[in-house]
Write a protein that binds this ligand. Structure first.
Ligand code: UP5
Ligand code: MG
Length: 198
């Protein structure tokens, strides 16, 4: 049966450059506030390794090149995940991590799925992000945690994803948080942003 998405979702987009700490902060928010955490990158990686996925090869190539997978694929994965959680536990609160990162995704998602309440924008220098990613690369097993892919991810972030943040800034929906400090210090600012939007 065709199920429709609820109209009263509470969606926070969590954006910021590669390795800035989106996943780390989302884990903490989940523990304290009971949001569902949906990382677009994690959903794509899961789809990539699903046996018989028709998109496996495509996703693998896009991620290695640091490019944005065509929006149809990612939005369908997010829609499915939202519906699944809603049907299972009537969960309405979602952290959408690492999405939207291209203008077409932002427009389509807000039109066909649900508008966001606000955007957490994690900000950090490339130098610090690079250090964090190279450190993580020792254990992450991610195909894109290598110097060559990281450079491409940085380029895509500046050229393709920053315009999305500017688009939401024009709507006064962005809370910018400096991430060049400890996880706990960043999290204090995150908690304040959530409180301001309750
Ligand atoms: N760390 C975190 N915070 C720290 C702090 N304050 N101080 C010190 N260390 C800190 O953190 C990275 C590392 O830094 C960890 O080791 C952590 O302990 C440490 P993490 O929380 O993992 O950072 P995060 O921002 O989540 O980094 P991630 O690599 O996941 O970000 P990306 O945006 O690059 O990756 P994502 O998985 O979102 O996307 C991957 C690819 O998928 C994209 O490049 C793209 O090809 C594709 N994609 C699409 O095509 N479409 C989409 O919509 C989404 C993704
Ligand atoms: Mg992540």
């Amino acid at each position: 049966k065709e199920e429709s998405l609820p109209k009263n979702l509470n969606i926070i987009f969590v954006l910021g450059g590669p390795g800035v700490g989106k996943g780390t902060q989302c884990d903490k928010i989940v523990k304290d506030y009971g949001f569902v955490h949906l990382s677009a990158g994690d959903l794509l990686r899961a789809e990539q390794s699903r046996p018989n996925s028709e998109y496996g090869e495509l996703i693998k190539n896009y991620i290695k090149e640091g490019l944005i997978v065509p929006q149809e694929v990612t939005i369908q994965l997010l829609k499915n995940a939202i519906l699944e959680n809603y049907n299972k536990s009537h969960q309405l609160n979602f952290l959408i991590d690492g999405f939207p990162r291209k203008m077409d995704q932002a427009i389509t998602f807000e039109k066909t799925v649900h508008p966001c309440k606000f955007v957490l924008f994690f900000d950090c220098s490339e130098k610090v992000m690079l250090e964090r990613l190279l450190k993580r690369s020792k254990t992450s097993g991610r195909d894109d945690d290598n110097m060559e892919s990281i450079k491409k991810r940085f380029k895509t972030f500046v050229e393709t994803s920053m315009p999305v943040i500017q688009y939401f800034e024009q709507q006064y929906k962005v809370v910018k948080i400096n991430c060049e400090k400890s996880v706990e210090e960043v999290y204090k600012d995150v908690q304040n942003a959530i409180k301001d939007h309750e």
